[in-house]
Design a protein around this ligand. Structure first.
Ligand SMILES: Cc1ncc(COP(=O)(O)O)c(C=O)c1O
Length: 362
């Protein structure tokens, strides 16, 4: 069987070793004669899985003791609702600050506006989100219940190289497309959330890491299963959770540990993205769409100088096993999503193809 290099933005490539392990034990988990998707979320065996996932996260992401790890239904966009529902009531003003650095950031602030007042404190919409906008610290005040950022902008290929220091205002980060791809100081954040489907596992579930003191501010009408405290109090098992996604994430975390942990992956991600960015910068044939100092190591976005060649580029790439390279419609061109699971060989194969395509069409 031939597998492609999958450059899709998400659901994205998972490590082959992880899927082989899942396949191997799918019909008969831990000698039970039943699949992991058939056993109770309250069984001893599933308890071991969720505890192992927690412990691996604490170890790999260096999560301090005063943070809770939650597995929340509904993927990342559901958190666009859950964040204001749980946090906008922290200050009597019911005001929150949002940085608009892309499409998902915009969806997040629109959703928050249902529950309180939203201040867009910085935006790069004027240049089609080709950069992380500069944040004026004076725009954020103690009246803001939190500041929301999208740390890596999947569609536009930009990321925060440094994170803003907002003093006592909790920093909330949507890290869907980069969590565990770079080392972090978790203490700098009030909440980090990430849909699983890029670096962590299957779609439909979100990982939420929240400082304990922030669990107490939910608006009175918050639905029980959108309330972070419900998840914190019941170890994310107030109802039947997505046991398969949690199991898959545990396997991905074990794999990540075997690779040497987050710092090792961060170094590898720098090498992988540099390979593509160097090629783009050295050629007249390709142009990067994100400003150089704002580039993501997870989503590499670029255009062909002659856009008429785009369809040929994509179809010839596919014929070589380089799958799902089409850019998002808001940007056009090409997007190579190179999350943790993309091996260096995938980026080398793409770089070789890009060189060959440029020389055949120049
Ligand atoms: C940064 C970011 N936030 C949120 C989402 C939405 O995730 P979901 O489809 O899980 O709701 C995505 C999806 O690609 C994303 O890249």
């Amino acid at each position: 069987m031939t597998r492609v290099f999958n450059f899709g933005a998400g659901p994205a490539m998972l490590p082959t070793a992880v899927m082989e392990k899942a396949q191997q034990e799918f019909l008969n988990y831990a000698g039970m004669g039943a699949s992991v998707i058939e056993i109770s979320h309250r069984s001893k065996e599933f308890d071991e899985i969720i505890n192992a996932a927690d412990a691996l996260l604490v170890e790999l992401a260096n999560i301090p003791e005063n943070y809770k790890i939650l597995y929340v239904h509904g993927g990342a966009q559901m958190q666009f609702s859950a964040i204001p529902l749980n946090l906008i009531g922290r200050c009597p003003s019911h005001k929150a600050a949002y940085v608009e650095s892309g499409n998902f950031a915009k969806l997040a602030n629109k959703e928050a506006a249902r529950f309180g007042d939203v201040d867009i404190v910085a935006s790069s919409e004027d240049s089609n989100y080709d950069r992380i906008p500069e944040i004026d610290p004076a725009a954020i005040s103690e009246e803001h219940s939190y500041l929301h950022i999208t740390s890596n902008n999947t569609i536009y290929g930009t990321r925060f190289q440094q994170f803003p220091d907002v003093g006592s205002v909790p920093l909330v980060a949507d890290m869907t497309s980069e969590f565990l791809s770079r080392t972090l100081e978790i203490e700098k954040f009030g909440v980090i959330f990430a849909g699983l489907q890029k670096n962590l596992g299957p779609a439909g579930l979100a990982l939420v890491i929240i400082r304990e003191d922030l669990l107490e501010h939910a608006l009175p009408d918050t639905p029980n299963l959108l309330k972070y405290k419900t998840y914190a109090d019941k170890h994310s098992l107030a109802n039947t959770n997505n046991t398969f996604a949690i199991y898959m994430m545990k396997l991905v975390l074990e794999w990540l540990k075997e690779q040497g942990g987050v710092a090792a992956l961060e170094a590898q991600n720098a090498v992988k993205s540099k390979l593509l960015y160097d090629l783009i910068d050295q050629s007249d044939f390709y142009t990067g769409t994100a400003q150089v100092d704002h580039r993501s190591t997870m989503n590499v976005t670029f255009n062909l100088a002659n856009n008429d060649l785009l369809d040929d580029f994509l179809s010839q790439a596919l014929a070589k096993g380089l799958y799902a390279l089409k850019g998002h419609r808001n940007v056009g061109g090409v997007r190579a999503s190179i999350y943790n699971a993309m091996p260096l060989e995938g980026c080398e194969a793409l770089a070789a193809f890009m060189q060959e395509f440029a020389s055949n069409n120049s």
